[in-house]
Ligand binder design. Sequence first.
Ligand code: CA
Length: 226
Amino acid sequence: MRILLIEDEPSLRKGLCEALLRQGYGVDTFDLGSHGLAALELAEYDAMILDLGLPDVDGLALLRRARSLGKSLPILLLTARGDWSDRVQGLDAGADDYVVKPFVLPELLARLRALIRRSGASRADRLSLGPLQLDMQQQLAWLAGAPLALTPKEWAVLLALVLHSPAIVSKRKLVHSLSEWDRELSSNALETHVSRLRHKLLGASLGLETVRGVGYRLKLPEQACV
Ligand code: CA
């Protein structure tokens, strides 16, 4: 799950970013609306948290632009106390929910979870992890927008790793999921599939790690909030 956070107030942005990371989300943060919008055009996000009061562009205009680009992700607004007309206009312009500053973190996180849950039905067959996107229905994958050519076994390994990321997936589990009903996959064959997959992911900001004696895991690099 990857969240786009656009908020110009440094301590709020950093605090929110850290809280989101602790919840296991990936986060991209921007203080300028124009930069956030550029990121939204390039990457797939599962939700956006948008401050309406930005220094460079009007948050409402950014919101309308996002919807006019066909972006259907859930959008949670951060609004100032008393700005009821902003909230009304924000909801009318396509936002899904809002929280009023100052808010309590657990409420914001719960609202975000609810939005993601509700949007899940339409996007359940799409998975993303950092630059990687998977279409479960068609069994297709993209890396930074470019199609990734995978064999069915490589696809199965990748899917298991993405679904469990950043946790380790045991070799036993992978062997089991890759075996055919009449033929057990050997541990050597598994290693071959994994190493081919690792080669195809080379250069991406994703690490396919071998945890000696246990299994494998797919991890995004450690992120620092600014
Ligand atoms: Ca602001």
